[in-house]
Design a protein around this ligand. Structure first.
Ligand code: EPU
Length: 437
């Protein structure tokens, strides 16, 4: 199958699609299964490439991963073994998940090897918080030319950690390590994203003792043994917001089965302020463009409960259709506006700035990062030949192509498969005129 999608744009998306479990939770829950002495069952798993990558990594370590039906994984870690670093290296550059295997592998095998990490190119994405946290638990970190070898000659002990920034990955690292470390761990300035709450729910089902205070402090009492879990993954709120923005940008009307309100509160407020309408029902959320003009806004991305950085890119496409000047300040990643270049080629008026615009100054202010954008609209978008830069930027290009008049060619859509389940089928279900090129 080719890696190009031909999009005949200019018509609204209309219809109903079903969403499934969150990419950024499912992969971590799969890793958590390594900590159990008995098999786990994870339900509502999407068929996306990242799940395949984590499956491959777990299988390399002796975990048997079986798919049951359409969306259930059985993960059996009873035969966990050390993988050969050369095999793990074959996964280098495909995902950021390998770093999260450290804690579970140290508990199970006493060592872990992490290849060079992949993931979207939206900033430097260092792993210093991860490595520093592991060291505090007593792990020894050796940097090798091919990756990082981590051992725990004296075992892992509970500790006190304070993150400089509430990093999602580093919080997950601490959780996955602390649950079986000896003694109590206190994590300050932790991330509290809904995907983390669901990971904590999984770990609690497994036998962990974890409390979350209101002030971003998480306390974990280590236990000797964890069992497998049975869990239904929370819905992917990034996928939901992406399709909602696609409906808004194309003046459409979509029902997203499985979308939930609590995890999307902040998005829903912004969607309403821009002029979009939604209706929350028991089985999902309907999002639509009510006609007339959309309104410009001033927005800042932030960690939960703020406006997610992953919602920013699809929303910016919708903002090109709003009347007036919108300001978007990205405070989570220093380099997440690269995708706007293609939008400019398609007729959007977007300028990016180094300054912190429209809100408080962030850690990227006074540095050389173009992390604020000014979007003037509405702009008539026209078709173009574009190449997908990263997962969310790629979906945003797709939205722009759907909203644009004429026929666009979007190259590199394989990247979108990493996080959007069967998006070609979903586009067809919503009446989009697309074909593989
Ligand atoms: N950071 C550091 N040092 C670290 C770790 C993070 O400086 O050791 C910085 C990052 O460079 C970034 C900020 O902290 O500027 C936040 O990064 P975080 O660790 O929270 O992100 P992550 O765990 O690597 C996950 C998601 C991202 C999502 C972010 C924020 C997964 C696999 N990825 O990344 O998802 O944007 O949290 O919510 O869960 C995506 O799905 O497209 C995606 C990029």
């Amino acid at each position: 199958m080719t890696d190009t999608l031909i999009v005949h744009g200019g018509s609204p998306l209309h219809g109903r699609i079903r969403l499934r479990g969150a990419k950024n939770f499912v992969s971590k829950a799969m890793v958590a299964s390594l900590l159990g002495e008995t098999p786990s069952r994870l339900r509502n798993v999407p068929q996306i490439r990242d799940v395949g990558v984590v499956t491959g990594l777990l299988e390399l370590h002796g975990v048997s991963v079986t798919t049951v039906g359409d969306d259930t994984l059985l993960l059996d870690p009873t035969e966990v073994e050390t993988a050969h670093s050369a095999d793990i290296d074959a996964h280098a550059g495909t995902s950021r998940i390998p770093i999260l295997l450290c804690g579970p592998l140290l508990h199970r095998l006493g060592e872990a090897f992490i290849p060079d990490l992949g993931g979207c190119k939206i900033g430097d994405r260092p792993i210093n918080y991860h490595l520093e946290s592991l060291r505090r638990f007593g792990a020894v970190v050796d940097k090798l030319p091919s990756g990082i070898r981590i051992t725990a000659p004296k075992g892992l002990k509970g500790t006190k950690i304070e993150l400089e920034f509430p990093s999602v990955g580093a919080t997950e690292q601490v959780l996955l390590t602390a649950v079986r470390a000896e003694g109590v761990t206190e994590l300050k300035n932790a991330a509290i994203e809904p995907e983390i709450a669901d990971l904590i729910a999984v770990l609690q089902k497994m036998g962990a003792i974890i409390s979350v205070d209101t002030d971003r402090v998480i306390r974990i009492e280590g236990v000797d043994r964890l069992e497998g879990y049975d869990h239904y993954a929370l819905t992917d709120r990034i996928e939901a917001a992406s399709w909602a923005c696609a409906a808004l940008a194309t003046r459409g009307d979509v029902f997203l089965e499985g979308a939930t309100q609590p995890e999307m509160m902040t998005f829903l407020n912004v969607f309403r302020k821009v002029g979009g309408q939604f209706d929350v029902r028991d089985d999902g959320v309907r999002f639509w463009h009510p006609g007339g003009d959309l309104r410009s806004i001033v927005l800042e991305t932030d960690v939960h409960p703020g406006f997610m950085t992953d919602w920013q890119q699809p929303l910016v496409v919708a903002l090109t259709q709003a009347s007036g000047i919108s300001i978007v300040h990205e405070t989570v990643y220093e380099n997440r506006f690269g995708f706007t270049e293609a939008l400019r080629e398609m007729g959007a008026t977007i300028q990016v700035y180094r300054e912190c615009l429209g809100g408080a100054s962030c850690r990227f202010g006074q540095r050389n990062f173009q992390h604020s954008a000014v979007v003037s609209g509405p702009s008539k978008l026209h078709s173009a030949e574009i190449t997908v830069p990263d997962l969310r930027g790629g979906f945003s290009h797709l939205i722009a192509a759907l909203a644009a008049e004429g026929t666009s060619k979007v190259h590199g859509i394989g990247l979108i498969d990493r996080g959007y389940e069967r998006f070609g089928e979903k586009l067809a279900a919503l009446g989009a005129m697309v074909e593989r090129g």
